[in-house]
Design a binder for this molecule. Sequence first.
Ligand code: NAP
Length: 276
Amino acid sequence: MNVALLLGDPVKHSLSPVMQNAAFRACGLDWQYELHETSRERLKETIVHLRSNGFASANVTIPHKEAVVEFLDDITDHASQIGAVNTIIKRDGRLIGDNTDVYGFTQSLRDAAVELRGIRAVVLGAGGAARAATFALAEQGAERITIINRTEPRAVKLAHDLWNHFPKLNVEVGAISSITTAHLIVNATSVGMSPNEDASPMHWSFPRGATAVDLVYRPLQTKFLRDAERAGVRPISGISMLVYQGAAAFKLWTGQDAPIDLMLEQAMRALRNREA
Ligand code: NAP
């Protein structure tokens, strides 16, 4: 049996085992997806452990997407550009880091018919998820990206990395005044994630006619999305991104197309059961 692990802290909330194990079963694959709560201190030794037989691959989540890079044998150009890894593939005993969050973000907005070309976006956060969202927005031709983060130097670093790859992109850090003219507001912080369901990182009014995307998917209706809807702003949950990034990881690990509809159905069912 091949075992895929989810490395992160916390991971208890994750829907990935439900989604990936259903996909493995549906495709007749002898694979098992397991949670592996990993503290910052134990990340390096966990990666060493991953090299032993029996482990086929892994996903990486909060807070290790950037820190894990230095412990891998190689990372793809795509993950290197973004500076964050969410998927590890084992090839000939070597651990290769890749990033499927950019694809997940882009595809989820494409599914919702949200135009990204030429838009002005505000991204709250500057961690691994914010890196994926901002690089996706830049790749899709966004006109302006404003990054707002609690720890400003982290946002400045992300802005510099974006400029390195997209020299003509209009990137701002901490420009609160840009919110009023934004088309898209993205919550890429972990604020509002269960059990802190009454918290939101959006301390300003939502701009009229905008779209709000919350990468937090548990609960489905976060305070950020509830406030957006109340302000007449279209709310989009991160559940779709979760499924698309997971489907892309599934393909990288197994070489097979993932049963996306089944993964979404399983993830939604698990979420509703937990919320009931
Ligand atoms: P991360 O690298 O640890 O970054 C966390 C971000 O949240 C940082 O910007 C951090 O700000 C900010 N933050 C945390 N607590 C805060 C607080 N109390 N007040 C203000 N800001 C706070 O984590 P990540 O990997 O980017 O993940 C962020 C969220 O996105 C998580 O909830 C994760 O589950 C979700 N996510 C969802 C998907 C999906 O497919 N839907 C994919 C990836 C991630 P500082 O820099 O100041 O610490």
